[in-house]
Design a protein around this ligand. Structure first.
Ligand code: ATP
Length: 251
């Protein structure tokens, strides 16, 4: 990691790549996680690699939904465990919420490694290993979850989800908050609240809003939640990107 000089103009981006590469070598990240990250990076370029106002609003609303929830669960995959382990644990404590490891390419070995990684960063209870329930409508192992975790959650925060599973969670009656840099993905269009931001910025920002809103009356949270228009926000993000590109090289 120390081969990347801090003065490099793309230092942070390269450090993230390095973390993922190391995570893959340690068996935490699936190789397809690197491809998914590449797609995310491309969209991060388009929004300017910063939290845009529409993402900030989504992060605030996500915090309200998580605080209002009866049983919120944060779903963690390999990329998330490598990029924001401490941040996820800290957010879970602050809400409070449960954490479950939930993988698209599930193997017991990788599940155990990710659970152990999160425990190393201070997680006390991590769901996912039991795998005693199924998300209906999903084939193969990606539908496996814990009865006490995601299966019985009312709100699930799914950073970097795939569209099918997002839809299947919604079909179970859950509120789904997704973090996805691609505003065109099925996940982005299916989730109740889509945070179009990099997970490394989004998780700490959601925690910032959780702290701000924590002592607010539930009716204030409800007003925010009820007035949220996810499709409007996605349209606004796309128009932000197109305007940004149109004027990028203007003086
Ligand atoms: P869908 O099934 O929802 O249409 P997909 O097939 O692109 O999406 P994946 O291949 O699982 O789903 O990709 C995960 C998504 O995560 C991608 O859309 C990518 O933009 C996004 N992504 C990757 N890295 C990050 C990151 N660091 N922060 C936020 N989003 C990311």
């Amino acid at each position: 990691m120390n081969k990347i000089p801090k003065t490099h103009p793309r230092y942070f981006s390269l450090m993230i790549r390095e973390k993922l590469s190391r995570g893959m070598k340690k068996g935490l990240v699936h190789e397809t996680g690197l491809i998914a990250h590449g797609r995310g990076e491309a969209f991060d370029y388009l929004i300017g690699e910063k939290t845009i106002s529409y993402a900030e609003e989504a992060e605030k609303t996500a915090a309200a939904v998580l605080l209002h929830a009866e049983k919120p669960v944060i779903s963690v995959n390999g990329n998330v465990a490598v990029l924001v382990p401490e941040e996820c644990i800290s957010l879970a404590r602050c809400i409070p919420a449960e954490i479950e490891v939930n993988l698209f390419h599930r193997t017991i070995e990788r599940m155990k490694k990710i659970v152990k990684e999160l425990e190393t960063y201070g997680a006390k209870k991590v769901y996912g290993l039991k795998g005693d329930a199924r998300i209906p409508g999903l084939d193969h192992d990606r539908g496996i979850c814990d009865r006490e975790g995601i299966f019985s959650a009312d709100v699930v925060l799914v950073p970097l989800e795939d569209g099918d599973r997002c839809q299947a969670l919604k079909n179970m009656g859950k509120t789904v908050i997704a973090i996805d840099l691609n505003p065109l993905s099925r996940t982005a269009r299916t989730a109740d609240i889509t945070v179009v931001d990099n997970v490394v910025r989004a998780i700490p920002n959601i925690e910032k809003w959780v702290k701000t809103l924590k002592n607010m009356d539930d009716s204030v949270l409800m007003d925010m939640i009820e007035s949220w228009e996810n499709n409007e926000m996605l349209k606004n993000v796309l128009s932000f990107v197109s305007k940004r590109l149109e004027t990028l090289y203007d003086d």
